[in-house]
Design a protein. Structure first.
Length: 341
């Protein structure tokens, strides 16, 4: 710490640290009850998210990866308070929003938005493009009618669409264009934080790069912070600043993108990365893939100790008895594994 930092009041130092981190998540849990029988008694819970602790720095793109059903999308929705957490803390710009309700939560909504996976399903087919993009402005009482219309045209232009398309309907656009409409809607209220829930998964490969490049351009111009959820590890490597790896509701590893792809520490991360094709035929022919045995356990009854131990090639007796600590290694990355060094 510098001499200047030591001379500043503690409150100023704390404010500076807070401004560098937009979202802080501590022990976040989200369990969905399971009911059975005629009387609909609760017999258990699906532990979709079960004790996540991480942060998202202001202006960065945090990639969130993992197999289907691991809780990635649920985590994103919980951060936006589309779901009410079962437990834990979500600090958005220094304010805990995990327990906010009513008008207090509504007041925070403009700063947190979402881009959905399927642009066809997330756009109302009965509404024009102009009405879709204008809807958040109307809902939150932003601008008068003439100002809203001008704002809609500006947003369409910002995402690469002709502003004259305001009176067209979603079915008149291609998949990539529909996703641009969804991005324009997410930008309408000038948010600080956007959850991108697999925004390119439903698009043609030829269009995916265009949408990702658009997201990067908007981030640079507007200072946006992204949580980028995806199955596509190659695209995450391209767009992300850091990468978080999830498995069965828990976080396995969190590291700078170049560190994680160069030298993954967790066995699950190694297995995921080993499945990514290498564009060099010679390397692809000789590299060793890690094939995981068995299926993902049920989130209703997860394994004791380490969640990954039932499929881990290096599991030991301690993995069944003790849950690995979410700890920081010497290089700054975080990992939940007894043997990661």
């Amino acid at each position: 710490m510098t001499t200047d930092a030591l001379d500043r009041p503690a409150a100023a130092v704390a404010a500076a640290a807070r401004s560098a981190t937009l979202v802080v998540v501590e022990d976040l849990a989200l369990h969905f009850p399971v009911y059975q029988g005629l009387l609909r008694r609760q017999v258990g819970s699906v532990r979709a998210v079960d004790g996540l602790t991480f942060d998202i720095r202001r202006g960065e793109t945090l990639g969130l990866v993992g197999e289907s059903g691991c809780g990635k999308s649920t985590t994103g929705r919980a951060l936006l308070r589309l779901y009410k957490p079962t437990g834990g803390r979500i600090a958005f710009d220094g304010r805990d929003i995990a327990t906010l309700e009513g008008e207090a939560l509504r007041a925070m909504r403009p700063r947190m938005q979402m881009i959905f996976q399927d642009p066809q399903a997330s756009l109302n087919p009965r509404m024009t493009v102009g009405a879709i993009v204008e809807e958040p402005l109307i809902e939150h009482g932003v601008l008068r009618q003439a100002g809203r219309r001008e704002r809609v045209r500006e947003l369409l232009d910002a995402v690469g669409l002709n502003p004259e398309y305001v009176n067209r309907y979603p079915h008149e656009f291609s998949g990539g264009q529909r996703q641009r409409i969804g991005i324009a809607r997410a930008l309408a209220l000038d948010p600080d934080f956007i959850v991108c829930d697999e925004p390119i998964a439903a698009l043609d490969v030829s269009i995916q790069a265009q949408v990702v490049n658009l997201l990067q351009d908007l981030q640079r111009k507007l200072g946006l912070t992204y949580l980028f959820i995806s199955h596509d590890l190659s695209m995450v490597r391209y767009i992300a600043t850091r990468v978080a790896v999830m498995y069965l509701g828990r976080m396995m590893e969190l590291a700078e993108v170049h560190d994680l792809f160069r030298a993954p520490k967790h066995p699950y991360t190694r297995a995921l990365l080993s499945a990514v094709p290498v564009p060099d035929p010679k390397v692809e022919a000789t590299r060793q893939r890690i094939l995981l045995k068995g299926d993902i356990p049920s989130p209703v009854n997860p394994p004791s100790g380490c969640r990954f131990r039932t499929r881990c090639p290096w599991a030991a007796e301690v993995c069944a008895k003790e849950e690995p600590e979410w700890r920081t290694l010497a290089d700054g990355r975080k990992v939940a594994c007894h043997f990661a060094e």
